[in-house]
Design a protein around this ligand. Structure first.
Ligand code: SF4
Length: 349
């Protein structure tokens, strides 16, 4: 008995050590949400309304108040170049202002915006990218991970010197490797909370891959307190991908995870169609379970032993299994109907 206790203590000790080496950032407040310091990692997306002309942008900012009244999530205004728009956004109820001090037109203007955030308890995101590097940094370092990190350090310390620390920092690049390296360098130097993402990542296909690698690598190293998947497409897709990134890293699961085999010479059913049908079937479920959809009855249950539920089919026979154990053998064309019934009985759907 004594030995068991000792073993347990040893395991806890090691878990403790693992947590200690993970990056713990400072806590900040964005609207009603607390960010950093181990709080849940937040997902962001961006409305893609047109802000290219000033008149309509001003009108849009003025409508922030009515948007705020109808939502209960933090609203962030992304402001470029004109510091007066940042002030307007603060006045009109934004919870956080994203600025890029490098393109705001000088230290004084950055201070005016910072003071407004401070007196209105509005958070700030200091965003740095390759287009906003300070002339001196650009001249001495060029565009690379080190210069992005240097610029982010310079701007964060400048804002901090104005007596304000309710900010997070981002340093995005369209290069996945440059993004990862810049954040890693910055994370070593500071405990400021970080908004991570790969910018201009591309269309749904390329953008999903680039964002998943970039954001995923950083989150796996516990770098990142909030993030945005950036794709040229529907913002709702960005959110779907973001949840999948969190689920894939076992950071946060919010629904059913489908695993399916890659198919091989043994596959005797239309597995692609079956997997898509099961995915649709459980798409609205909030149950945190894993469902396996496998291409053959011989190896399927064994290969997907860790799944909570599974189906496999082939040569006219279908099986339903739980944790690798077969619970029902049915005709292949009745597989889906029986499986649906089991999921309903267990309140999964
Ligand atoms: S489960 Fe069966 S069909 Fe799928 S990859 Fe494995 S052996 Fe092939």
């Amino acid at each position: 008995m004594k030995e068991w206790n000792e073993i347990k203590l040893f395991i806890y000790y090691n878990i403790d050590v693992i947590f200690k080496v993970m990056r713990v950032s400072k806590e900040i407040k964005v609207g009603s949400v607390i960010l950093g310091n181990g709080n849940p990692i937040l997902i962001q997306s961006m409305c893609n309304t047109n802000t290219s002309d000033i008149e309509s942008t001003v009108e849009q900012i003025k409508s922030l108040k009515s948007i705020k009244d109808r939502i209960n999530i933090p609203l962030i205004a992304d402001i470029h170049f004109d510091y007066r728009l940042a002030l307007l956004a603060v006045e009109n109820g934004a919870d956080c202002i994203r600025i890029n001090p490098g393109n705001l037109g000088g230290i004084e203007k950055s201070k005016i915006v910072t003071d407004a955030c401070k007196s209105n308890s509005v958070a700030m995101r200091i965003g740095v990218n390759s287009g906003s590097l300070e002339k001196e940094i650009l001249k001495s370092d060029g565009i690379n991970a080190e210069s992005l990190c240097k610029s982010a350090l310079y701007n964060s310390r400048m804002v901090e010197s104005f007596g304000f620390d309710n900010f997070k920092v981002s340093m995005k690049s369209s290069s996945v490797m440059m993004t990862i390296q810049a954040y890693r360098l910055f994370a070593k130097e500071t405990d400021y909370p970080l908004h991570v993402g790969v910018t201009e990542a591309g269309t749904l296909f390329a953008g999903t891959i680039k964002s998943s690698i970039g954001i995923g690598s950083l989150l796996a190293d516990s770098i990142g307190d909030t993030f945005r998947v950036s794709i040229t497409g529907d913002p709702l897709e960005e959110v779907r991908i973001a949840y999948q990134i969190l689920a894939s890293l076992d950071i946060r699961r919010t629904g059913v995870e489908i695993i399916s085999c890659p198919t091989c010479g043994r596959t005797d059913i239309n597995l692609i169609g079956l997997a898509e049908t099961v995915e649709k079937l459980v798409s609205k479920s909030t149950s945190v379970v894993t469902i396996a959809v496998m291409g053959c009855v011989v190896n399927g249950p064994g290969e997907a032993r860790e799944a909570d539920y599974g189906i496999a089919g082939g040569s006219g026979v279908g099986i339903i299994f739980r944790k690798g154990e077969i619970v029902k053998k049915v005709k292949e064309d009745e597989l889906l109907a029986y499986f649906t019934e089991i999921l309903k009985t267990d309140n999964i759907i």
